[in-house]
Design a protein. Structure first.
Lengths: 107, 116
């Protein structure tokens, strides 16, 4: 089975840094995706982690600890356009999406 | 095409009618997924195709829901005798191989279904 836990909502200030945490319990775990979804739009791919550690991609970084069933998405130098939902998605034979964290950016 | 295409983009129908939603995946993508998303909610998995077969249809909410895929390409999701609780955005995604192997899913823009 699978159980994914991430905060429902977060608020941060433009220019700041925010960390969105995700814990999961997924049998047969392969790796973990993060997706971004703006209101009224389809999700878009941000990152994929299969090994433990930090993957950096521009302003966004994603971390995975397989033994702890834990991941986080780190967003630096926040911009207003980063206001969106962020979906944690561990995978086994298919991708399982969490309910997402709605991130609000204040000017 | 360049991306995943879904049609119609919007569908309004009366309760009790049947509806058919279409998904045209990225050319060459063998894996195809259907999800449902209600307003402000997460993505609810419905069914997964690998080629023309559906190894996982565990998310279909009831026997009113069915899906097929032909030619390893286009898929249709059919909802019979629609109910008001079926109102949602239905999203289709495809990936080059099964999603569990690290290939990201590419999503269509969805079909917004409203049942009156």
């Amino acid at each position: 089975g699978q159980n994914i836990d991430q905060p429902t909502e977060m608020t941060a200030t433009e220019g700041a840094i925010v960390q969105i945490n995700c814990t999961y319990q997924t049998s047969g775990f392969n790796g973990l995706f993060w997706y971004q979804q703006h209101a009224g739009e389809a999700p878009t791919f941000l990152s994929y982690n299969v090994l433990d550690g930090l993957e950096e991609k521009g302003r966004f970084s994603s971390f995975l600890s397989r033994s702890k069933g834990y991941s986080y998405l780190l967003l630096k130098e926040l911009q207003m356009k980063d206001s969106a939902s962020y979906l944690c998605a561990p995978t086994r034979d298919k991708i399982i999406f969490g309910k997402g964290t709605r991130l609000h950016i204040l000017p | 095409g360049a991306g995943v295409s879904q049609s119609p983009s919007n569908k309004v129908t009366e309760k009790g009618k049947d509806v058919e939603l279409r998904c045209d995946p990225i050319s060459g993508h063998t894996a195809l997924y259907w999800y449902r998303q209600s307003l402000g909610q997460g993505l609810e998995f419905l069914i997964y195709f690998q080629g023309n077969s559906a190894p996982d249809k565990s998310g279909l909410p009831s026997d009113r829901f069915s899906a097929e895929r032909t030619g390893g390409s286009v898929s249709t999701l059919t909802i019979q005798r629609t109910q008001q609780e079926d109102s949602a955005v239905y999203l289709c995604a495809s990936s080059s191989i099964g999603g569990g192997k690290g290939q990201p899913q590419h999503f269509g823009d969805g079909t917004r279904l409203s049942i009156l």
